[in-house]
Design a protein around this ligand. Structure first.
Ligand code: FES
Length: 286
């Protein structure tokens, strides 16, 4: 046999073997497929009892936790629960609740007592003379001395009033003015008290030492030294307080009652301005 015939037979044999191998592999792949189980395996799995774990419910988890805690508790000696006996108050002194109660009561009592004392102090009548009642200005001689030395006027801030000399020669005329009826006693003692508040719109009316009048800076009302209106828009003379002089010589101004000033045109003293006015452009009002 020639060599070429041997090669041809060998090639044919290899080709046949290769074809057989390829056919066998293809058959296995068709039957089983990739990852496919064998029938035997499938049958064995079907027959077997497989315990598939089931996810626990929330309630089951809670029960398990409670059971775990209960089992963690250690039973007391003898297996019976211990009974709590409160400590004796005398041993402890007093407990926290008593402490808080007593602290609250103490604080509340202190606050109420402080508030009560403050109210009493506020309402307690003071001995010091104050506006709204009878105000003792001091001795008549001293007041007259102050009026002379200070240019004709005495200002009493605690009585909110001015005190000036009322001339005795004007008394007959004053007794004819009904608005002065309650003031005659003080006038006879030589003094008269004027409320500092302007009867026009309530400004405080200062004295004017140069004119010896009262001159209101708000709208220019003018009054003579005893409060009778001389000019400006005020509807009357300055209001007054009654004055009494005690037997011991104390001058007391009763500020509890304001007596309306004398009507426009009242001029019991006849006093004219004794110098320049303190406010420019005043004196032109009627
Ligand atoms: S308030 Fe005094 S004149 Fe008006």
């Amino acid at each position: 046999m020639s060599s070429s015939a041997v090669i041809a037979i060998a090639v044919a044999a290899i080709t046949v073997l290769a074809a057989i191998v390829m056919l066998t592999a293809a058959r296995r792949s068709d039957v089983r497929g990739a990852g496919a189980l064998s029938r035997e395996t499938i049958r064995r799995d079907r027959d077997a009892e497989i315990d598939i774990p089931v996810a626990p419910t929330g309630r089951a988890v809670e029960r398990a936790a409670v059971a775990a805690r209960s089992s963690a508790l250690v039973a007391g000696a003898g297996g019976s629960p211990m009974i709590w006996i409160p400590p004796d108050d005398e041993d402890v002194g007093f407990n926290r609740r008593q402490f808080l109660n007593r602290a609250s009561v103490t604080l509340m009592s202190t606050s109420l007592a402080t508030f009560g004392l403050a109210c009493i102090a506020f309402l307690w009548p003071t001995s010091a003379p104050v506006f709204g009642g009878k105000v003792n200005l001091g001795k008549l001689d001293e007041i007259l001395g102050t009026i002379r030395s200070s240019g004709g006027f005495f200002y009493a801030s605690n009585a909110r009033s001015y005190v000036t000399v009322y001339p005795s020669e004007a008394l007959p005329k004053a007794k004819g003015v009904k608005e002065y009826a309650q003031l005659i006693g003080g006038m006879e003692s030589g003094v008269i008290a004027m409320y500092q508040k302007c009867p026009h719109l309530g400004c405080r009316v200062p004295q004017c030492n140069s004119s010896q009048w009262f001159e209101c800076p708000c709208h220019g009302s003018q009054y003579n030294r005893v409060g009778e209106k001389k000019g400006g828009p005020a509807p009357r003379g300055m209001d007054h307080f009654a004055v009494t002089v005690s037997p011991s010589g104390d001058v007391v101004v009763d500020t509890s009652t304001v007596f309306a000033g004398a009507p426009i045109g009242t001029n019991t003293t006849g006093q004219e301005a004794e110098g320049p006015h303190c406010l420019s452009g005043t004196g032109g009002h009627g």
